[in-house]
Design a protein around this ligand. Structure first.
Ligand code: DQA
Length: 143
């Protein structure tokens, strides 16, 4: 079975309560369930952490898998450590943002992560994770 890591970074554990007008009302658990229901043939490794070093470890672990989806939260905008970890992992990688980061504060427009991934999805809410998963499946010939 194809294995895909879905990694969520800092503050994403509070989805559902945190600024629902921006990030929606679904919790991270709801998003996980939605993906598990839609992609029954995929072995999903769904994780969240507020610790940057732990996230770097998750990215390294994903090396053996068929693809990686990452919503880095605010690390998107400044974590060179996460950029370097992603750059070193040679599997299909997609950066996902629930909100349209380009329509918000100026500092959210820039991602230090994007140069290290294959594709970026922003502004589609939870559907962005679905789109990212479909992209990885089609890349690996399973879609
Ligand atoms: C986010 C956008 C980031 O700017 C923000 O810091 C987040 C969530 C998103 O999913 O829209 O924590 O990655």
């Amino acid at each position: 079975m194809i294995g895909i890591f879905v990694l969520n970074g800092v503050n994403l554990g509070t989805l559902g309560q945190r600024r629902p007008e921006v990030y929606g009302t679904l919790t991270l658990n709801d998003i996980e369930n939605l993906l598990r229901e839609e992609f029954t043939d995929v072995d999903l490794e769904f994780r969240q952490t507020d610790y940057e070093g732990e996230m770097v470890g998750f990215v390294r672990e994903a090396r053996e898998s068929d693809g990686l989806i990452i919503n880095p939260g605010a690390w998107t905008h400044y974590s060179y450590a996460l950029h370097d970890a992603l750059e070193a992992v040679d599997i299909p990688k997609v950066e996902v943002h629930l909100s349209n980061v380009h329509a918000r504060e100026e500092w959210r427009r820039y991602s230090v992560i994007s140069p290290a991934v294959d594709a970026v999805v922003a502004g589609m809410g939870a559907d962005g994770y679905v789109a990212a998963l479909r992209f990885i499946l089609s890349r690996s010939g399973e879609g």
